[in-house]
Design a protein around this ligand. Structure first.
Ligand code: PMP
Length: 290
């Protein structure tokens, strides 16, 4: 028996988990999603992810066919059916099948699926030695045109940036706003440490307010590290003491080189390492048990 997928209310084999070619999620990227993780049979920040999914859906006028409580239950049942204790969970709601026009009113029923799988992480050495990133030519979408708080199925902006990073021989891309301020990476938020304080760009720079981002800001405050949201330039990054990325899949990933400039001592810094330890500890105790 292979992987079981939750699709529109039923658990089906992965090979049977199929959706229509008329689904507007596929035709137009008209839909929303979340990436969630579980650690030792605890789903980390499940409420925050479910809340964000429903907010994204609300803004695009997409009605999710389940209550939040039923959605939480569906995530748990899918994890249990696959006997996964440490998993990456992908929750997707699309506009559903319609016709070839854009009009979402033609889509009668949203499509909902949940994939639970093993986690694909950066290799261990990224966490031990740190990672290199480069600034890419593609700017982050204008928040005035497409608000990045809508975690939609439209990821081409980030995919183009990812391709540019790969072409440059690195794993991750630093994306700037259209005005040249630091925004975020393709699927992760960015932080620096300067004069001992933790700084990260504000959401209006054009970034997704990541759940890991919020969690790391809380952990830093608890560790008596000052935390500020500030607009920053590449110059600020190049001259930071430490730098790291945050995201559900990446957790906290240290950055040691940006556009060829060595950051700080060229290895994961003290504040970064402390936050990594505190974050790992939190994932062991905080979560929805299943
Ligand atoms: N930015 C973008 C564009 C993302 O897609 C993600 C996560 N998928 C993040 C940041 C990090 O958010 P979170 O910590 O909630 O995973």
């Amino acid at each position: 028996m292979g992987l079981k997928i939750y699709l529109n209310g039923k658990l089906v084999e992965a090979s049977e988990a199929k959706i229509s070619v008329f689904d507007h999620g596929l035709l137009y990227g008209d839909g929303v999603f979340e990436g969630i993780r579980s650690y030792g049979s605890l789903v980390f920040k499940l409420k925050e992810h479910v809340d964000r999914l429903y907010e994204s859906a609300h803004t695009i006028l997409l009605k999710i066919p389940l209550s939040k409580q039923a959605m939480t239950q569906a995530v748990v049942s899918t994890l249990k059916a696959n006997k996964l204790t440490d998993a990456y969970i992908r929750l997707v709601v699309t506009r559903g099948p319609g016709d070839l026009g854009l009009d979402p009113r033609k889509c009668e029923k949203a499509t909902l699926f949940i994939i639970t799988d093993k986690i694909v992480l950066y290799p261990d050495r990224v966490y031990k030695d740190g990672m290199e990133i480069v600034t890419v030519p593609t700017p982050r979408n204008l928040p005035e045109a497409l608000n990045p708080q809508i975690k939609s199925l439209n990821y081409l902006n980030n995919i183009l940036a990812k391709i540019e990073a790969t072409n440059a021989g690195v794993q991750e891309a630093l994306m700037l706003s259209a005005h040249g301020y630091v925004a975020e990476c393709t699927g992760d938020n960015i932080f620096i440490v300067k004069d001992g304080a933790l700084l990260t760009p504000p959401p209006y720079a054009g970034l997704l307010r990541g759940i890991t981002r919020g969690c790391v800001m809380d952990l830093a405050r608890k560790a008596r590290v000052a935390v500020r949201e500030e607009m920053m330039t590449r110059h600020d990054l190049y001259n930071a003491e430490e730098c790291f990325l945050t995201g559900t899949a990446a957790e906290i990933a240290p950055i040691v080189k940006i556009d060829g400039r060595v950051i700080g001592a060229g290895k994961p810094g003290k504040v970064t390492l402390k936050l990594m330890r505190n974050f790992r500890a939190l994932t062991k105790v905080d979560g929805v048990k299943y």
